[in-house]
Ligand binder design. Sequence first.
Ligand SMILES: Nc1ncnc2c1ncn2[C@@H]1O[C@H](COP(=O)(O)OP(=O)(O)OP(=O)(O)O)[C@@H](O)[C@H]1O
Length: 245
Amino acid sequence: MDAKIAIKGLRKGFRALQVIDGIDLEVAPGEFVAIVGPSGCGKSTLMKLLAGFERPDSGAVAIDGVPVTRPSPNAIVISQHGSVFPWLTVRENLMFGLPGKDRAADVATADHYAEMVGLKGFEKAYPHELSGGMLKRVEIARALAVKPDIVLMDEPFSALDALTALRMRNELLRVLREENHTVLLITHDVEEAIYLADRIVVLSSRPTRVATVFPITQPHPRKVSQPALQEIKDAILAQLGLSYA
Ligand SMILES: Nc1ncnc2c1ncn2[C@@H]1O[C@H](COP(=O)(O)OP(=O)(O)OP(=O)(O)O)[C@@H](O)[C@H]1O
């Protein structure tokens, strides 16, 4: 099958600082790829290039064979910073980005996604009335409501407490079972990557390249403590230069 996302010979620097030093990677339709790498290696820069927020110095990113030159509603970014509008209710936030021609249809879509992420009953609540985890769910629902082909996630759960992050990971897997999105997740959490992804791409330190790729074939739900997954975790940590004593 043709790649959903094709990254070829991608290079990017900022003035004298070379950040991305030739990345080649293909992501299949419906695949979930996690990207891990040392701090500051260029993960967010890679995501911005994929989302069309930055332009490469050389090489290219293509989605469905079409070069990415600007942000597109087909590839939605969910970041750690959050982008829920505080002056809009949950429902209005979820309706933002929907066609707007048929209000009743948009309300139905918004409420469907609110329910999907466990926010039924909170459609009329304002962001300040919600917990951090609920806000994150609004954001994920809002991204999914526009039915993007590709969801780009840059440490989406890193601002959450451990328990909420765990819930959100399961929520995400449940949503992905119902709807076939292609997902790219940047995370510093190796266990999160192992729990969620079909494939883990480990980047080298800056200027970054693909160091190793680990396929994860275990079915969901995964127990990260199982020996085969622990072995992968150890191999990734060793690759990142972090091994246990
Ligand atoms: N717009 C910019 N202008 C100049 N330098 C930048 C810009 N964006 C990123 N950089 C530099 O590029 C390097 C990579 O940054 P980036 O945020 O992509 O790394 P990261 O791997 O996501 O980091 P972390 O894991 O700490 O979040 C850093 O040294 C950063 O200072």
